[in-house]
Design a protein around this ligand. Structure first.
Ligand SMILES: *Cc1c(COP(=O)(O)O)cnc(C)c1O
Length: 421
């Protein structure tokens, strides 16, 4: 069994907690940068390769800025994500706007920023036209329906709310062209958190074939193919990361077999990865504050599912390291739980761990994507701080923890008793 490591020692992180109390998420700059360089190098054969980092995975401008320095754009799907991107200095075609059921104001903002709009439904062509005019570049999100099988998180494409059918796609391009669009892309997103390379190779093949058909039937030469996100990460110690070099080689083989002979070289290839880019480089640091022995054994922490919802939401595994006890026997079976009044507020169930004492620091792995981001305020729980572990070993606060004043900021207590009077 391979072992999951933490990029800091117990002494180091104890020192950090003196300045920034637990719980907090901490991101590893070195890991983030190295991983992004590896990703780009793997696809360096593609002319116009670009990763549009899915902002929803880790919506912090410092992370976006750092990834931008490594060549990433942003993939946005809400007004806040567009504005965060803009305020980070990422605009124009460095933004992919892949939304669905999109309100007009978001299309207007995306147009104002010059973002590439990736349309989720054919009915949105007239909708966009009415609200902000048809842009020069348009991309369409394809839903292959019964032609493909999804996986557990997204479900089968035919049951998913996203995208255009195949028939609609062949209507959408000419319709958009008739309304003034001149540059086109194709997108699909049908799998999430998948570690099997072949799913992504099959997706590339499907889109490459479609690009050839679009050219043959419509005389439209697509400019880019967006393979989107969904690349999984090894949450469990025994799992292996997707080998991006091999994935790239396999996609290249399809590219050379399908696109090159059709005269579609060079074709830009885009991704909108979130999880694979930032997931492994975030850690939720929390302290054990209680131990409880009833019908089972529990360790209570000062973090809860408001700080990391994936275990409660999906039953997802997140590895836990008890700092300073990495080599101790993992001979205690416990549930590691938070303080929400919800019985599924558990980071781990029946997990063999070393003997945990009150005050021990626990590090919950792989929280760099869909971790802090999915946080919420249920039960009046406050969102935690986010820290960045810099390459030089310093630690920077990149988002302060919420305070009670933040929580109450939208309420006006001075109106008490006067409502409806
Ligand atoms: C969530 C999302 C992504 C990123 O997915 P990951 O699984 O984090 O890679 C990319 N594109 C769209 C449209 C999304 O909704």
């Amino acid at each position: 069994m391979s072992r999951k490591s933490v990029p800091f020692t117990r002494e180091f992180i104890e020192e950090v907690t003196r300045r920034y109390p637990t719980p907090f998420h901490i991101y590893d700059e070195r890991g983030l940068r190295a991983n992004m360089r590896y990703f780009r190098a793997a696809f360096s054969w593609v002319e116009g390769f670009k990763e549009y980092f899915a902002v929803k995975a880790c919506p912090n401008p410092h992370i976006l800025h750092l990834l931008h320095q490594e060549g990433c754009g942003t993939d946005c799907s809400s007004l806040a994500e567009l504005v965060m991107s803009e305020r980070t200095g990422i605009t124009g075609e460095e933004i992919m706007f892949s939304s669905n059921e999109t309100p007009a104001e978001e299309y207007i903002k995306a147009r104002e920023l010059g973002a590439i709009i990736n349309v989720d439904d054919i009915s949105h062509i007239p909708y966009i036209e009415r609200h902000c005019g048809i842009p020069e570049v348009l991309s369409f999100r394809y839903n292959p329906g019964h032609l493909r099988r999804g996986n557990a998180i997204i479900g089968n494409p035919a049951d998913a709310k996203y995208g255009l059918t195949r028939a609609q796609l062949f209507e959408a391009y000419p319709l958009a062209r008739s309304k003034g669009a001149t540059r086109f892309g194709l997108h699909t997103f049908i799998i999430s958190n998948e570690l099997e390379r072949r799913y992504f190779v099959e997706t590339a093949r499907m889109l490459f074939e479609l690009a050839v058909e679009v050219k043959d039937r419509l005389g439209i030469r697509l400019e880019f193919i967006n393979l989107s996100g969904g690349i999984g990460i090894p949450y469990r110690p025994e799992q292996e990361a997707v080998d991006l070099e091999r994935l790239s080689e396999e996609i290249r083989a399809e590219y050379e077999r399908l696109l090159v002979p059709a005269g579609l070289h060079p074709m830009k290839i885009f991704f909108e990865s979130g999880r694979m880019v930032s997931g492994p480089y975030g850690y939720l640091v929390t302290r054990a504050i209680h131990r409880k022995e009833i019908y089972k054994r529990y360790v209570g922490t000062d973090a809860c599912m408001a700080h990391l919802m994936r275990p409660a939401l999906y039953g997802a595994y997140h590895h836990i390291t008890v700092m300073g006890k990495e080599d101790a026997p993992h001979d205690q079976v416990v549930d590691v739980v938070g303080s929400l009044c919800e019985n599924n507020d558990k980071f781990a169930v029946d997990r063999p761990l070393p003997e945990i004492e009150i005050g021990d620091l626990l590090v919950i792995h792989d929280t760099g994507a869909h971790g802090f981001a999915m946080g919420f305020n249920y039960n009046g729980k406050l969102r935690s701080a986010e820290l960045l572990l810099r390459e030089d070993g310093s630690v920077e606060l990149i988002r302060r923890a919420e305070t009670l004043d933040d929580y109450f900021a939208t309420l006006d207590f001075s109106k008490l008793g006067r409502l409806g009077a």
